[in-house]
Design a protein around this ligand. Structure first.
Ligand SMILES: Nc1nc2c(ncn2[C@@H]2O[C@H](COP(=O)(O)OP(=O)(O)O)[C@@H](O)[C@H]2O)c(=O)[nH]1
Ligand SMILES: [Mg+2]
Ligand SMILES: [Zn+2]
Length: 344
């Protein structure tokens, strides 16, 4: 149940539609519907038809979630359509949700570091895995003399992904990025890539703080601290994120396959259907690397992500198994205690 007018245009501008309405009306909880714009330990900012409200939450919602708010608290989180998540940093088995219900992921890469595409491939895989559509955004194109070269190099790193170039300084490409930013759009990429600057250009206002680049190493300072969801003037919403230094990948086999569709295609020609492209005879992937049809760097990037994904999965399995063992230990302990009590 929810208590606002069903066809609210304010909510619609945040992405509310008939199927969210359906989910809200069949939810066990009742409350005012809204979209999470910001999450702070135990507290969230929610955009509702009546404006921004603060609500307490028990840490189960992310930026982009649709929630029902009642009595100053999040009463329900509506089931997510998509989840952009990265593997959690050390010691935790759950993933860190970067944003929920994302349609488009703008993967930013500054023109001057476009040659180092490893991070791009990782973020593209993460985006595909989330269920959203990645778009490669080459930023700071005013800093390169060889835009065509940069764009074609990047296109090879992301087959089937739209690539757009943009300069927030000259304004070139901003319209293209705006057109590519469909629905709920998240900006990801390294710190200093120009995400907040681009977000401001898309928003048509200086909403987000932009970091000064240190002259020595050209790296931006970490100015964006929070993920924040902001309505775009042309419809849709934008989420700016802090630079992601380490983006772990886990449970992303599908995303990886999609990000490396060219490698997967080649693998069809391997003699063995379960070829690991290591030392198997008749490996079409290694043959393609040998014949310079597949860049060695890209093959290595593929293997690295695959290994990381499998290693993380194994680690999760081990953690779950040990959690299970701990639970059973408790069960048998309880059981023994009951036997003893009965014997008394
Ligand atoms: N030359 C140039 N500099 C840019 C461009 N976009 C951003 N910058 C600069 O890059 C630095 C980092 O920008 P920022 O938006 O904070 O990056 P973020 O960390 O990805 O959010 C700032 O000094 C910006 O002024 C651009 O298109 N061209
Ligand atoms: Mg920023
Ligand atoms: Zn093979």
């Amino acid at each position: 149940m929810f208590t606002s007018s069903p066809h609210d245009s304010v909510l619609a501008s945040y992405g509310w539609d008939g199927s969210w309405e359906q989910l809200a009306s069949t939810s066990d909880a009742s409350g005012v519907p809204g979209r999470v714009a910001r999450v702070d330990r135990g507290r969230v900012d929610v955009l509702t038809a009546d404006g921004r409200v603060h609500a307490s939450s028990r840490g189960h919602c992310a930026v982009g979630d649709w929630v029902l708010v009642a009595d100053g608290a999040v009463a329900a989180v509506l089931p997510r359509r998509t989840t952009l998540a990265r593997a959690a940093t050390s010691g935790r088995s759950e993933a860190q949700v970067l944003a929920a219900n994302v349609d488009t992921v703008l993967v930013t890469v500054p023109a001057e570091s476009a040659a180092r595409t490893g991070r791009v491939e990782r973020l593209v895989a993460l985006a595909w895995e989330s269920g959203a559509t990645p778009v490669l955004v080459v930023t700071k194109i005013d800093r390169t003399d060889d835009l065509a070269g940069v764009l074609s190099e990047l296109a090879l790193s992301a087959p089937g992904v739209e690539v757009v170039g943009v300069s927030a300084v000259t304004g070139e490409g901003v319209e293209d990025v705006a057109a590519a930013a469909r629905g709920t759009t998240v900006l990801v990429g390294p710190s200093g890539a120009g995400k907040s600057t681009l977000a401001n250009a898309l928003l048509g206002a200086d909403v987000l703080a932009v970091g000064a680049v240190r002259a020595v190493d050209g790296k931006g300072r970490h100015t964006t601290v929070h993920r924040e969801l902001l309505p775009l003037p042309g419809g849709g919403v934008l989420v700016d994120t802090p630079g992601l230094r380490a983006v772990g990948i886990r449970d992303a086999a599908e995303g990886i396959e999609r990000a490396f569709a060219d490698v997967v295609d080649l693998a069809d020609g391997c003699r063995f259907s379960d070829c690991a492209h290591e030392h198997e005879p008749g490996c079409a992937v290694r043959a393609a690397v040998h014949d310079d049809e597949l860049p060695e760097r890209r093959f290595e990037a593929y293997r690295k992500l695959r290994r990381e994904d499998e290693w993380a999965a194994a680690r999760t399995d081990a953690r779950l198994a040990s959690e299970r063992r701990a639970r059973w230990k408790q069960v048998t302990k309880d059981q023994r205690a009951r036997y003893r009590a009965r014997g008394r």
